[in-house]
Design a protein around this ligand. Structure first.
Ligand code: GDP
Ligand code: GDP
Length: 437
């Protein structure tokens, strides 16, 4: 399990700056829960052989009332998902009543908390820190300058020292116990219902909720003699009330499931249409490189105008994920659910296939023969050879001259050509271009 670090502090102390430094922020997942003024962000980082997840909890000022207090509550809830809390304060602004209020919140929490004094650049360290000792949050305050990276690696190294190393694994996952399927999606789209369907109703009773807040539950099962593992984020236990519906959705579980699965089945809700959170999640899956199948759920009983509207919306807004098979299903009635399996199998196969250099180079040369790359400063861009640089997702490395000048449109042309000829479905393909002399 990857350790989770929550960044807490009043606005403007430098949480996003630190978040961006710790994560490849391209991969950040934004959780835009209704009612939050500022998005909560989730991202992954790595220091040496230690991976971690960071949550930027968004704004808490510590003196909220009414609706603001409810929002702060939401942000503080993120702390429940974390193993470690970094409480940021601002060395330039000095100690503030809001800091004290947040410290009081944190003191009741059992989480390991580090007091981090940011913006110490250009300040005399000891006097910059003097103020903050009185917050009395256990250990010594840590001086950093997030904007310049000063002391940040040392802090994270220290923070992660109790956690084991997890060297980066071989990109191609083993398949011995079957394809690992992650069912993901925002709350209420029908994940639990779909998981129940995929497993067959009678098996479900057997499984007990693991009782942890974060673990994605793994359920091995068989279908037509083939083994699979379901990585469940929704919790298959039957829910009793609305409160539970809100609680069972966990972004951390979702991130774990995406990391742990071979193929993500992303569930969308035809009744509520597409919302920002769907796009954020999808964006995240895309940048994670996971194989993907899209399931538009609750297709039962819709008027044909509603269906047309949803189809149009998908076409307009999900163009960036058009590599994935799209299914219209009813998890409730089981309609279309069985058809997900061939797509899952194909997505898995596509993401893990190996192609010979010969084959890839032939496809490249045919593509170039069909459409020459453009001239750059009077010289034609040359593309000579292609080989596979990795799998899951497939990486195709193209060698040539002046490849840095290759236009986006031409890259898209190559992507589409390789995708079509290799019959790749359900996985992104990444291209790398290298220039010789
Ligand atoms: P957040 O609201 O807590 O997420 O704070 P931001 O990350 O948006 O930072 C607030 C302001 O502080 C920005 O103008 C940053 O450039 C600035 N800032 C962040 N870290 C540092 C630092 O280490 N040194 C200095 N001098 N400024 C910083
Ligand atoms: P989750 O939060 O994503 O796990 O969603 P649930 O599986 O708990 O489903 C949320 C609600 O949508 C429940 O009331 C389900 O009965 C309903 N639901 C799920 N799938 C379907 C479907 O295919 N059609 C219809 N009409 N309702 C569905």
């Amino acid at each position: 399990m990857t350790p989770v670090i929550a960044l807490v502090g009043r606005p403007n102390v430098g949480k996003s700056t630190l978040f961006n430094r710790l994560t490849r922020s391209r991969d950040a997942l934004v959780a835009d829960f209704p009612g939050l003024t500022r998005d909560r962000k989730y991202g992954n980082g790595r220091l040496g052989d230690k991976p971690f997840t960071v949550i930027d909890t968004g704004g808490i000022s510590g003196d909220e009332e009414g609706i603001d207090a409810a929002m702060a509550e939401q942000s503080l809830a993120a702390i429940d998902e974390a193993d470690i809390v970094l409480f940021l304060v601002d060395a330039r602004a000095g100690l503030n009543v809001a800091d004290e209020a947040i410290a009081n919140h944190l003191r009741v929490n059992q989480k390991k908390t580090w007091l981090v004094v940011n913006k110490t650049d250009g300040l005399e360290e000891h006097s910059a820190m003097a103020d903050f000792w009185q917050l009395g949050l256990g250990g010594d305050p840590w001086p950093i300058a997030a904007a310049h990276g000063r002391n940040v690696s040392r802090l994270i190294e220290e923070v992660l020292s109790p956690f084991p190393e997890q060297p980066e694994e071989e990109a191609v996952p083993e398949r011995d116990d079957g394809i690992r399927i992650g069912v993901i999606g925002r709350p209420n789209v029908g994940k639990s219902t779909l998981v129940n369907r995929l497993l067959g109703e009678e098996r479900v009773v057997v499984f007990d909720e693991a009782g942890t807040t974060r673990d994605a539950i793994e359920i091995p099962f068989e279908r037509r003699g083939r083994p699979y593992v379901l990585v469940d984020t929704a919790g298959i236990r039957r829910r009793k009330n609305v409160r539970e519906i809100a609680e069972k959705f966990s972004i951390i579980k979702t991130l774990e499931a995406i990391k742990e699965c071979h193929v993500a089945v992303m569930v969308l809700d035809a009744r509520s249409g597409l919302v920002e959170q769907d796009l954020h999640l999808l964006d995240y899956v895309l940048s994670s490189g996971r194989a993907l199948v899209l399931a538009v759920n609750k297709w039962d009983g819709l008027e044909s105008e509603q269906k047309d509207k949803m189809r149009a919306e998908i076409k307009r807004r999900l163009g960036f994920a058009d590599y994935a098979d799209l299914h219209f299903i009813s998890a409730l009635h089981g309609t279309g659910v069985g058809d997900l399996y061939p797509s899952i199998e194909r997505a898995f196969a596509s993401s893990t296939t190996r192609w010979s250099t010969n084959r890839l180079t032939t496809i490249l040369q045919d593509a170039v023969g069909e459409h020459q790359p453009p001239l750059v400063r009077g010289r034609r861009i040359k593309l000579r050879m292609a080989h596979q640089g990795g799998a899951n997702p497939p990486i195709i490395v193209v060698h040539g001259n002046q490849t840095a000048s290759l236009p986006e449109a031409y890259k898209r042309y190559l992507t589409n050509t390789f995708r079509k000829v290799l019959k790749v479905r359900g996985t992104p393909i990444r291209f790398e271009f290298r220039s010789g002399h």
